[in-house]
Design a protein around this ligand. Structure first.
Ligand SMILES: NC(=O)CC[C@H](N)C(=O)O
Length: 314
């Protein structure tokens, strides 16, 4: 029996739970937290938006609320760039760690004490190293990420949001500082400006909960893509899920693991992608963020999901 057989119909069976959570959490969306405004183009998003999708490993995707409305995926893109970089081999691990940082996602402080090696691939410094590696591997890091997202979601219309990318670049001093600092330690192979540009554009990709849940299914399928081909070996897929669990919610990763008990990756656009290995992926979106940069209603919804269903990795 294959994983597909075991989990066939998972999305359909879970839809009623999503409805229940949307009724409970949805009306509170936007009441607590703030929309990210350090990227000016994100500041106009409706804080009360709420969408929640579930994708079964058989490929069926269902959802509730604003689940088909595109939003800025921001740091959720880091999961996909990491997957592509690791598909190119293990050498990345000499240049980035896999420990939670306990610091904000854009912090500089640890880099100096730790020789320009970022703690993990999901803080900005780590993601810049991953983007650099992908640039070396492919010559077009942002294009590679976009192509993977289009293919795995089955939606060829997914695209960059140039307004968001330019807005972030215009306010990109902190990420530029991180990149230059790592370059001074020899931990970037490509010119800083190029790495930053690919990183900003990759973060600007706009997608819905539907598309992101579908695109992340290779993580629930232990590395297998939608067409049955292998993106990652089982071990690499396990590793990405593990790092999502320990580092996917920045300096609130411990709290996220405590409450949700699933591998997850959040972004300052308000999206969170979570994985129930062997069964399904979940994507929730609500733009009002807590002080760590995680969606308030998003974490609440995932917390309720694992409580109501008992589905977690523990
Ligand atoms: N946490 C995030 O989603 C951060 C991504 C954003 N593009 C940044 O670099 O600041």
């Amino acid at each position: 029996m294959t994983i597909e057989d075991v989990a066939a119909g998972a999305a359909r069976r879970l839809l009623s739970v999503l409805r229940e959570i949307a009724d409970e959490v949805g009306p509170r969306a936007g009441a607590v937290g703030r929309v990210a405004d350090y990227i000016p183009a994100l500041s106009g998003v409706d804080p009360a938006a709420f969408g929640f999708a579930v994708a079964g490993v058989d490929g069926e995707v269902l959802g509730v609320g604003d689940w088909e409305v595109p939003f800025s995926i921001q740091s959720v893109s880091k999961v996909f760039s990491l997957a592509l970089a690791l598909a190119g081999g293990d050498s990345l691990w000499a240049r980035v760690g896999r420990e939670p940082s306990g610091n904000p996602f854009n912090s500089l402080v640890q880099l100096e004490h730790e020789d320009g090696i970022p703690r993990n691939p999901f803080i900005n410094a780590g993601a810049l190293v991953v983007t650099d590696r992908l640039l070396t591997l492919t010559g077009d890091a942002r294009g590679a990420v976009l192509e993977l997202l289009r293919a795995e979601s089955g939606n060829p219309a997914i695209d960059f949001d140039a307004g968001v990318a330019r807005s972030e670049a215009a306010r990109g001093d902190r990420n530029a500082a991180l990149a230059h600092f790592m370059a001074s330690y020899g931990n970037l192979e490509n010119p800083v400006e190029q790495v930053l540009e690919h990183y900003f554009w990759q973060c600007s990709i706009a997608m819905s909960c539907r598309d992101l849940a579908a695109a992340g299914l290779f993580l629930a399928r232990h590395g297998l893509r939608g067409d049955g081909s292998r993106l990652l070996d089982r071990s690499a897929a396990k590793r990405i899920n593990s790092i999502m669990l320990t580092c996917g919610a920045y300096d609130a990763a411990g709290e996220f693991a405590f409450r949700v008990g699933l591998p997850g990756k959040s972004g300052v656009g308000g999206g969170i992608l979570a994985v129930v290995p062997g069964r399904c992926t979940l994507c929730v979106w609500s733009p009002a963020l807590d002080r760590h940069g995680n969606s308030v209603a998003g974490v609440d919804a995932l917390d309720r999901f694992t409580t109501l269903t008992g589905l977690s990795v523990f």
